[in-house]
Design a protein around this ligand. Structure first.
Ligand code: SF4
Length: 329
């Protein structure tokens, strides 16, 4: 791996085929970061186990996610991409860091309370320790930079606190305190026009969908609710179709805004144009993905090779951490 400006780490749960929200909010950024940084990208399958209903599809979902990353432009010869559980050192570091993390702080985190509300019958030990495992993910590879959206910012701040506590109490510099790098497009709203795009809410548009499937999804998108009739002037600033036009129709978005406000364009035509432009934009991605999908073994070879390189980085950090806490080696 060539030394660049620093090392970036990011992890994502294996949620299978990725959607436009993942693409615009994370994957495009992952690809761009490769130009300036050493990148370590992890499919966090252990995190997925904290909500047990996901574990059955972990292998297939990991492969599908890796396919999307590769098709989008992740370069595995430079970037380390791997599956979290293939580097068992992360669980060892998680255990050690858990001794430096007050339980009350974990149970006070708003994200923990949200998870409890979502999974009231499965408030397991792993769920409480989720931010500690995340801290182990980041620090194991000595990542100085973590790209995050607004909803992950509190977790990263928590990780930084654990690092500072660990280094202070052990009088060492065994862990690197990560810095936050805001993503430019942190939140993509789904087809319902209300919630963040998410597979579980069925308001997503899959990257690997066919052009027809994409068009069908786009045609269901909620638009300006005040535009009840075709002749009513629209308000593009409240319309999620318009938001996506900004990304996928950069040369037409100015005219769309004018035409929407004057009711010169109807929502049906506006959505058709968006679907067409999304399909055009994703055409090269979809062609690459279809080619890669013909040989899933190669995808697993890439992930296993990434894990071997990640384990080398992990061993160095773990040795320093063990020395810092006085564990015999
Ligand atoms: Fe939204 Fe387009 Fe309809 Fe305007 S014309 S409200 S931007 S879908």
């Amino acid at each position: 791996m060539t030394t660049k400006k620093g090392r970036v780490f990011s992890g994502a749960r294996p949620t299978g085929r990725q959607h436009l929200g993942n693409y615009l909010g994370a994957i495009k950024n992952y690809v761009a970061l490769q130009a300036d940084y050493e990148c370590v990208y992890c499919i966090v399958d252990l995190h997925a186990l904290t909500t047990l209903d996901e574990f059955e599809n972990l292998r297939q979902n990991s492969a599908e996610m890796a396919l999307d990353w590769l098709a989008a432009g992740i370069r595995p010869d430079e970037t380390i991409m791997f599956v979290q559980s293939h580097v068992p050192q992360v669980t060892e570091l998680h255990t050690i860091l858990s001794m430096f993390t007050p339980l009350g702080k974990l149970t006070d985190l708003p994200t923990f309370k949200e998870k409890v509300a979502q999974h009231p019958h499965n408030v397991n030990y792993g769920l409480v320790g989720y931010p500690v495992l995340m801290t182990a993910d980041i620090t194991l590879y000595r990542a100085g930079i973590v790209p995050v959206g607004v909803d992950q910012a509190s977790h990263l701040e928590f990780a930084r606190e654990i690092v500072r506590t660990f280094n202070f109490r052990t009088k060492s510099q065994a862990l690197v305190e990560p810095q936050m790098k805001n993503t430019e497009y942190p939140k993509v709203i789904g087809t319902d026009g209300v919630a963040k795009m998410s597979k579980s809410l069925n308001n997503d548009i899959e990257l690997a969908a066919t052009p027809d499937e994409t068009q069908k999804k786009v045609m269901t998108m909620v638009t300006d609710p005040q535009r009840a009739r075709r002749s009513d002037p629209g308000r593009p600033e409240v319309c999620n179709v318009f938001t996506l036009h900004k990304t996928f129709s950069p040369n037409q978005v100015g005219q769309i805004e004018v035409d929407c406000r004057s009711a010169a364009i109807g929502c049906v035509d506006c959505k058709k144009l968006l679907a067409k432009n999304i399909n055009l934009d994703l055409e090269p991605f979809r062609a690459r993905r279809a080619e890669l999908a013909q040989d899933e073994d190669t995808v697993w070879d890439i992930l296993h090779d990434g894990a071997a390189r990640a384990r080398q980085l992990a061993d160095v950090t773990l040795n320093d951490v063990k020395a810092a806490v006085g564990l015999p080696q």
